[in-house]
Design a protein around this ligand. Structure first.
Ligand SMILES: NC(=O)C1=CN([C@@H]2O[C@H](COP(=O)(O)OP(=O)(O)OC[C@H]3O[C@@H](n4cnc5c(N)ncnc54)[C@H](OP(=O)(O)O)[C@@H]3O)[C@@H](O)[C@H]2O)C=CC1
Ligand SMILES: CC(C)(CO)C(=O)C(=O)O
Length: 308
């Protein structure tokens, strides 16, 4: 059972470390700069349930197929990632994307055929630090996977992922789980980017909680019209996190904005807004959040062009 992980960033590095600890045969497909960093320092993960440090196997080009390819790039790198993993995807390979959002499934299905592309998502907060180390915030850790067509996940793939521990679980409705997370992350990213603050800072203001609840309702409406209505308990559980007093929670999209990095705004907020428009839904807060991130991206592109 050979596993290839595309990217040794926050998500790939974190779950790669957990798979290695569980005894899996893991190879990281990385770009030359990260390969050099990993060769020098190894993979270092500072995690709530235990740190990991050690050498890892890396490659910069693929020359054989793997049983499982775990995809953990940012959405804006999807095209290059697909090109890089193509030689690793053989007749029996399964590709497990862990990106936030949904739009990447279309590109992966087109590239490899829907039968080879599992559904996947993760609930965790981790970041890739400048020196290549990966740091986890808080205790949240959940990896969810499943087939999207009712066919069973190959036994070896299922076993390798579950070996991580109870934090990894198969889902009979992985698409529904991806929609739940999509609505959650769009609300969190939309609210925290628009207000440039944590959940706790937003809900400490007079109208913060009401705005978050309205944005969540807009996003949930798109899910419902797409055939994936949120279960009432799931919606309440999400809202409890999204409106928790004194919560330091921020989206990784806000962290990207704060450090001047490229964001997944189009992949998350843009995609949801386009779906809303397709249904003729009025989603003004989602539009405001998307516009905020678009203005940021335009400023970033202009600054880069000026510096070139
Ligand atoms: N961070 C988090 O807490 C969470 C993130 N997510 C989602 O997971 C996805 C990944 O995010 P995250 O791990 O934070 O992102 P990172 O930027 O930390 O990691 C992405 C990695 O992908 C690598 N990469 C991109 N393209 C290629 C390529 N063609 N070949 C090799 N490596 C490549 C990058 O390499 P290089 O280092 O060379 O640039 C980078 O290290 C996103 O969709 C995000 O929304 C989901 C839940 C939580
Ligand atoms: C909210 C969180 C940390 C949950 O996994 C996330 O997915 C993100 O910020 O990108």
């Amino acid at each position: 059972m050979r596993i290839l992980i595309l990217g040794a960033g926050a998500i790939g590095g974190y779950f790669g470390a957990r798979l290695i600890e569980a005894g899996a045969d893991v190879t990281f497909l990385v770009r030359p700069a990260r390969a050099a960093l990993l060769a020098e320092h190894g993979l270092r993960v500072f995690a709530t349930r235990g740190d990991f440090a050690g050498p890892v196997r890396t490659i910069v080009d693929v020359d054989s197929s793997y049983d499982l390819v775990l995809l953990s790039c940012k959405a804006y790198d999807l095209d290059s990632a697909i090109a890089s993993i193509r030689p690793a995807v053989g007749a029996a390979t399964r590709v497990l994307p862990l990106l936030n959002g949904l739009r990447h499934l279309d590109a992966l299905d087109a590239a490899f055929g829907a039968g080879k592309v599992l559904g996947g998502l993760c609930h965790i907060s981790v970041t890739l630090e400048a020196d290549g180390a990966i740091r986890q915030f808080g205790t949240l850790e959940r990896l969810t996977f499943g087939s999207r067509d009712g066919e069973p996940v190959p036994v070896a793939v299922d076993a390798a992922l579950r070996a991580i521990g109870p934090q990894a679980a198969g889902s009979a409705d992985v698409l529904g789980a991806m929609w739940d997370k999509f609505v959650f992350i769009a609300t969190l990213a939309g609210a925290t980017c628009l207000m440039r603050g944590s959940v706790g800072e937003i809900v400490a203001t007079a109208e913060g909680t009401a705005l978050v609840r309205r944005l969540h309702a807009e996003c949930a409406q798109v899910a419902a019209r797409s055939g994936h209505p949120l279960a009432a308990e799931a919606a309440e559980a999400a809202l409890a996190i999204l409106t928790a007093e004194r919560s330091p929670l921020k989206s990784s999209m806000l962290r990207d904005l704060e450090r001047g990095a490229r964001s997944e705004g189009e992949h998350i907020l843009g995609d949801l807004r386009r779906r809303a428009e397709g249904f003729g839904l009025d989603t003004p807060l989602l539009a405001a959040a998307l516009t905020h991130v678009r203005v940021y991206e335009a400023g970033r592109a202009a600054a880069q062009a000026g510096a070139a």
